[in-house]
Write a protein that binds this ligand. Structure first.
Ligand code: CTP
Ligand code: MG
Length: 178
């Protein structure tokens, strides 16, 4: 079992990616990233669910979260060597995490369109953790990403999504529980 300290450290580590992934729902809209273009299979490259505003908005939010974390870290009792970074490093790591999250989300939509899933159709696992995998891959280019963080965050993110969806379903905000 991972320690409570490791779980808190892991969540603190991934916060920029989480917020970057969640904000396009609110900030998105306008010009689609594929400009309406189709792939060689005659289906949309990404579809109307991926817009430039959502992409850049997510990255911007992620970077702001990283900057806020860099400011807060010296003032809180979070004893986490992996998260003991300078402000500049916090911002750089947030850039990588947020950009990775955005590219991961985009990759997921690209795959969904190739297997003929319409915009918004559920694609289990990829929908929930696609952004996370790419966020890890970008972050590890320059920063330490402990294996234990990856092992904590993959299932945690999967279940957090599921929990949020069930809650939204019970609250009448969604038609399906998944
Ligand atoms: N969104 C956006 N730009 C992005 C990512 C998301 O504008 N780069 C907005 C869109 O309004 C999208 C919503 O956030 O509908 C939810 O995102 P997501 O679930 O990733 O997209 P889906 O609509 O489900 O499309 P897809 O099937 O391609 O995943
Ligand atoms: Mg979706």
């Amino acid at each position: 079992m991972a320690s409570f300290v490791a779980v808190v450290g892991a969540i603190w580590f991934i916060l920029p990616a989480y917020l970057a992934n969640a904000s396009p729902v609110v900030l998105g809209g306008g010009l689609p990233m594929d400009f309406g273009h189709h792939f060689i299979d005659k289906r949309r490259l990404f579809g109307d669910g991926k817009t430039w505003r959502g992409f850049y908005g997510g990255i911007l939010v992620g970077i702001l979260v990283g900057a806020l974390q860099g400011y807060l870290y010296p003032h809180i009792a979070l004893d986490s060597p992996v998260n003991d970074l300078t402000m500049t490093a916090y911002i750089l790591r947030a850039v990588l995490l947020s950009f990775g999250a955005g590219v991961g989300d985009l990759t997921g939509s690209f795959i969904k369109r190739r297997i003929n899933l319409k915009r918004g159709a559920p694609f289990p696992i990829v929908d929930q953790i696609g952004f996370l995998v790419l966020a890890f891959l970008f972050a590890v280019l320059r920063f330490e990403v402990p294996t234990v963080y990856v092992l904590i965050l993959l299932p945690l993110t999967l279940f957090a999504h599921l929990g949020a969806n069930i809650f939204a379903y019970l609250a009448g905000m969604k038609d399906v529980w998944y």
